[in-house]
Design a protein around this ligand. Structure first.
Ligand SMILES: Nc1ncnc2c1ncn2[C@@H]1O[C@H](COP(=O)(O)OP(=O)(O)O)[C@@H](O)[C@H]1O
Ligand SMILES: [Mg+2]
Length: 257
């Protein structure tokens, strides 16, 4: 069984920070488990937070296959899959990584999307965990595999716009007929003056809140120095808060592993 966690929310709310710290904790909490990390934001930057580099995005590979090579369909399938493993999948010590890249341009992608769906289906099944850093449009979740999401975390900050975006994301996931086990809100850069009103707005919209993360000076320092956020120390406020969130998710994860 693969446990799929997706982190979504308005741009700039802290999805990439949170996704990278989820990976940090999972690698420790479940030492022998395999983890695939997916950057499903077209503005690929999760790799920096994870301290790794990549050669190609899945979008790059898709462009190469838009005019399929002239061979039997079985051979094309295999060729596509071998390229996915060789050129897109990054294997690092504790987790693997793929970047989805830009959504498709004009042209007919039916054929390549078919290849993609099958290849991704097979790929994700190899892992115990898939962690997806996803833009608010859920673009990459809509047409692909990974439709069975166990936990969707929607990140909000102290702005009403981030709450409105959270509502849109919840609606969109219904429209796209994604199967989402649980949707939870994470409040990032929580501000104690605005918190009571923020909670009221969230509860009025029937959101369940799984935790909050304060503004973390260590994150600001790492950002400024360009250091990978996954390397933040255990006494970082953000690391601790994401750890608390994962402990709360543990009862959901436990039966699956
Ligand atoms: N709790 C926090 N404390 C300090 N800086 C934060 C915090 N959350 C996010 N940031 C910083 O704010 C910026 C935007 O966050 P990011 O995770 O990139 O957002 P998103 O992926 O949602 O666009 C990044 O530089 C990030 O490191
Ligand atoms: Mg991001």
């Amino acid at each position: 069984m693969t446990f799929i966690i997706t982190v979504t929310g308005k741009g700039g709310t802290g999805k990439t920070l949170i996704a990278s710290l989820i990976v940090k904790h999972l690698t420790r909490m479940f030492k022998d488990s395999s983890i695939l990390v997916v950057d499903a934001d077209s503005n690929t930057n999760l790799n920096c937070a994870l301290g790794i580099s990549f050669k190609k995005t899945l979008g790059d590979l898709r462009e190469e296959f838009i005019n399929p090579p002239d061979s039997s369909s079985g051979a094309k399938d295999l060729y596509f899959e071998s390229m996915l493993y060789e050129e897109v999948l990054v294997e690092s010590e504790y987790f693997d990584f793929i970047a989805m890249g830009r959504p498709e341009g004009p042209g007919c992608y039916c054929y390549v999307n078919h290849l993609l769906r099958h290849a991704l289906d097979r790929l994700t099944k190899n892992y115990d965990f898939v962690v997806i850093d996803c833009e608010a449009g859920l673009e990459h979740l809509s047409r692909r595999t990974m439709r069975n999401i166990d936990v969707m975390l929607i990140v909000v900050d102290s702005s009403i716009r981030s709450i409105i975006t959270a509502e849109r994301i919840r609606e969109l996931s219904k429209e796209l007929e994604l199967s989402v086990g649980n949707i939870y809100v994470v409040i990032n850069r929580v501000n104690k003056h605005i918190l009571p009103q923020l909670l009221e707005e969230l509860l009025r919209r029937d959101f369940k809140i799984i935790g909050s993360i304060p503004e973390d000076p260590m994150v600001i320092d790492y950002d400024f120095k360009g250091k990978p956020l996954i390397d933040l120390p255990d006494n970082s406020l953000a690391v601790k808060s994401v750890g608390d969130i994962l402990s709360r998710l543990y009862p959901l994860i436990k039966p699956m592993i």
